[in-house]
Ligand binder design. Structure first.
Ligand code: ZN
Length: 417
């Protein structure tokens, strides 16, 4: 009986991530010029089930931008008619999401179990945190910073040669569940750190002088849900009294006061900010850890996808940071370094002006805690695959992102504060 149950569960899981549910779904890109176009998209979103990919919600569309969204198969002709009747310029980014999702698993790596060039499920990542720490006891220690809403342990890896009073860089991955390339990068970073320590001069210096705190998956419950039930899930999996809708946007929940203005107060929205700041267990664990280690944490990096951008505060307001000129110069040099490997072009700038005023990324929150070097990375690609980036892109994406992170680490070492 148990064996049968396991088989059924496995079959269901593979059906889900092979993408059958997404048969016939399309992803559109609409070119938005003015307020009239924005109003039209609001109207469209009000009458149809639309999953906004970029920006995160209909409220964040700004003039002279592009908007990517996913449409259920049965709504496609309605949506296409609407776009054409209103003369909205658009293209189809993905004509059948199912085939794109099936193509994700194109890794040539045959290994079962953990692989740095495949997407690993949470169970595999969790076992890996234990293994990589026990295999590298002189460089890595693992701790738990909290538990998720569904009771999973949030593991944090501290990577660096033990020493007194070391400055640190905090990096988290997997804020938004469907951005699978993000946890893949955190794993890659840890592997590269231990692989090149003692062999490569820069990494050796970094690990001797700095500590890296790496949180491989922040929104673990959401990540598990993308593997078992809905590949396109974004939020956490928490529930609140008085609503049947599940989940909170974990980036938005960190923010306080004015930051809430731009985020959603409606629990059914993908950018729902939660009933109060830090109402999520995951967010509280992260915020507590960072607050307790503020004296050592000199940089905060949060890894997302997609759109190839390097953003810095602020996103919740058009105001600029006190060290805006410095952040701009650092971002410019970092994306230049990133592009040297595969020619991948990133845009950069303060969140609000580069994309749209949003509820604020967690980089805004970290900056306001006093962490001067706070950045959001939006990794590959620019919409060809969106959240369904194929596994064959993990290596080039992670290789070039390593260059960026190392550039920042070097800068942090040279600019103590
Ligand atoms: Zn994200």
């Amino acid at each position: 009986m148990l064996a049968l149950l396991v088989l059924v569960t496995l079959a269901l899981a593979s059906a889900h991530h092979s993408g059958e549910h997404f048969e016939g779904q399309k992803v559109f890109r609409v070119f938005v010029e003015d307020e009239n176009h924005i109003n039209l998209l609001h109207a469209l979103a009000n009458t149809n089930q639309i999953d906004f990919w970029k920006p995160d919600s209909v409220t964040q569309i700004k003039p002279h931008s592009t908007v990517d969204f996913r449409v259920e198969a049965e709504d496609i002709s309605t949506v296409e008619n609407f776009l054409e009747q209103n003369e909205l310029q658009y293209e189809v980014l993905i004509s059948n999401l199912r085939s794109i999702l099936e193509a994700q698993f194109d890794s040539q790596v045959r290994a079962t179990g953990h692989s740095y060039e495949k997407y690993n499920n949470w169970e595999t990542i969790e076992a890996w945190t234990q293994q990589v720490a026990s295999e590298n006891p002189d460089l890595i220690s693992r701790s738990a910073i909290g538990t998720t809403f569904e009771g999973r342990t949030m593991y944090l890896l501290k990577v660096g040669k033990p020493g007194p009073n070391k400055p640190a860089i905090f990096m988290d991955c997997g804020f938004h569940a469907r951005e699978w390339i993000s946890p893949a990068f955190c794993q890659w970073f840890v592997r590269e750190a231990v692989r090149t320590y003692g062999r490569e001069i820069h990494m050796t210096e970094f690990l001797e002088k700095l500590d890296f705190y790496v949180l491989p998956v922040f929104n673990i419950d959401g990540y598990v849900y993308t593997w078992t039930k809905n590949r396109m899930w974004r939020k956490t999996r928490s529930t609140y009294d008085g609503t049947k809708c599940i989940g909170t946007d974990p980036t938005e929940i960190l923010m306080l006061g004015g930051a809430f203005i731009m985020s959603s107060r409606s629990p059914c929205d993908e950018t729902y900010c939660g009933p109060a700041a830090e109402s999520e267990k995951e967010t509280k664990a992260l915020a507590n850890f960072i607050r307790n280690n503020l004296s050592s944490i000199k940089a905060y990096l949060t890894i997302h996808s997609y759109s190839q951008m390097m953003l810095y505060p602020y996103s919740y307001d058009y105001k600029l940071t006190e060290n805006n000129v410095e952040l701009n110069a650092l971002a410019k040099a970092t994306v230049k370094e990133l592009a040297t490997l595969h020619g991948t072009k990133y845009t950069y700038g303060p969140g609000a002006t580069t994309i749209y005023p949003a509820a604020g990324g967690s980089d805004d929150w970290a900056y306001d805690q006093g962490i001067k070097y706070s950045f959001t990375f939006e990794l590959r690609d620019k919409g060809r695959y969106g959240f369904a980036l194929p596994e064959s892109k993990i290596r080039p994406t992670c290789e070039e992102t390593m260059l960026a992170i190392k550039h920042i680490a070097n800068y942090v070492l040279e600019h103590p504060y």
